[in-house]
Design a protein around this ligand. Structure first.
Ligand SMILES: [Zn+2]
Length: 246
């Protein structure tokens, strides 16, 4: 059953690709295929994100994020901005500064506003966005149903199109911490959870779980940089001195 899964998915994607190639105006209206449209773009600079939140004192890496939400999906720009600002404050402890958030407003068929691997593949194909990308969706159809899910490189084997994406449902509690937690999974390319009290990577997010230990931060910087998700900042001290790089 499990072994047959990737083939089933591949077959579905082939069908969808074929449908897109063969699309004629009338079938577009019938099937909703190709109906994903980017209808708005906003860019939040680090200035607006760190207003009132602690920016990293000696940042070593920059993180440029992409957010996607749906015109009629129930998420607001204000919610997303607040979450981004708070999550940026949490990631600051690792020397990571959120340099900008590119916000894409999408118009898409209702069925693509629910997270399930085949639908997510269809969505990212129809509206490709720079990674790491965070999709704010209505709900999940996956089993088990998580409030939020992160797909790194390590767990994207049969679905490489979804690597370095985060999917957050409207049911997510403690949104800023969920966002920081899922981004940490992607940047570290690790699904690992810890039991340590107060740690951001505890299985269940809670307002008091905000800390990342030095090893987690080191992994985030090293792996995030290796995967091209974090940009080393000029003049930063950590991760090798200028002398070592010469
Ligand atoms: Zn987790």
């Amino acid at each position: 059953m499990l072994a047959a899964m990737p083939f089933a998915i591949k077959w579905l994607v082939t069908l969808l690709a074929f449908a897109a190639l063969a699309a004629v105006p009338s079938s577009r209206a019938d099937t909703g295929a190709g109906a994903v449209e980017r209808v708005g773009s906003t860019r939040w600079s680090s200035d607006t994100l760190y207003r009132g939140a602690p920016a990293p004192r000696a940042p070593t890496h920059g993180l440029a994020l992409t957010f996607a939400f749906f015109t009629d999906g129930g998420w607001t720009r204000e919610q997303l901005h607040e979450a981004a600002a708070s999550a940026a404050g949490v990631l600051a402890q690792c020397g990571v500064v959120v340099s900008a958030v590119e916000v894409a407003e999408l118009r898409a068929p209702r069925r693509l506003q629910y997270f399930a691997t085949p639908r997510a593949r269809e969505l990212v194909k129809a509206a490709p966005l720079p990674r790491p990308a965070v999709y704010f969706v209505a709900d999940t159809l996956q089993q088990p149903a998580f409030e939020a899910e992160a797909i790194g490189r390590a767990n994207s084997g049969t679905r490489p199109e979804l690597a370095d994406t985060v999917w957050i449902t409207r049911g997510a509690r403690h949104l800023p911490l969920v966002l920081a937690h899922e981004l940490a999974h992607v940047l570290m390319d690790s699904g690992e959870h810890v039991a340590e009290p107060g740690n951001l990577m505890r299985q269940d997010t809670a307002p008091e779980n905000t800390r990342l230990d030095p090893a987690q931060c080191a992994r985030m910087r090293t792996v995030g940089e290796a995967h091209g998700l974090l940009t080393p900042l000029a003049g930063a001290k950590a991760g090798g001195t200028a002398d070592e790089r010469r």
